[in-house]
Design a binder for this molecule. Sequence first.
Ligand code: CDP
Ligand code: CDP
Length: 226
Amino acid sequence: MKKKLSIAIDGPAAAGKSTVAKIVAEKLSYIYIDTGAMYRALTYKAIVNRINLEEEAPLLDTLLSSDIKLLPSDKGQLVYLDNQDITDEIRSAEVTNSVSYVAKHQAVREEMVRRQQAFAIGGGVVMDGRDIGTHVLPGAEVKVFLLASVDERAVRRHNENIQKGFSSDLDKLKMEIARRDKIDSEREIAPLKKAEDAIEINTTSLTIPNVVEKIMVLVQERIGLD
Ligand code: CDP
Ligand code: CDP
């Protein structure tokens, strides 16, 4: 039987991580874990409960008492918080613009990493985020770091908003993405960073199938080694 690998996909906002991670997971019949959705779920709950996002202790307490589930479905991955479907709520502008503040706290990250590592026991997982290759799954057999210019990433989010029928301001999106990248890359604990042994793919002028193909080649090479 073929060995079940762990695949880590990291990179900045809108680099295409979740889109390609989902397709790669489907092709391999692996599970897909969107770690950003976990930070978003906690952020959503903290906002609803009016918790100060600068304070670690109440955020950790909130997380410890939260049941966050990621469930595959025909419509994509569903996110449940304490048995409530919050898949759409966690993509709101308010959550998006607050999540990087929540993700700065060490105790919060430690608990998130503990849960993420538990999902990956036994392999057969594609996990995307910011610190998967560096901290969550440092032993992952395939590590990919996806990049794209800020302009391209803002256009991708803008097109997504328009497709969904939401209003969208391209310049504002560009600013928000750049600001989130900065906070995520400059934080002290597990910043957004390419793992030394990760393969960097600049997706700026690549299509989704192009990127999937490149990752599948890495996977096949790795399976061939075992
Ligand atoms: O989908 P998008 O790239 O916009 O973001 P996301 O993957 O949903 O992640 C939302 C935020 O969660 C990021 O901007 C980070 O602040 C945080 N995050 C993190 O710190 N570590 C991870 N492994 C995943 C996300
Ligand atoms: O997960 P992350 O925030 O890194 O990005 P995503 O949500 O997977 O992708 C953001 C948007 O870019 C989606 O609408 C994708 O369809 C699109 N995309 C693209 O146009 N070209 C790529 N090579 C990858 C993603």
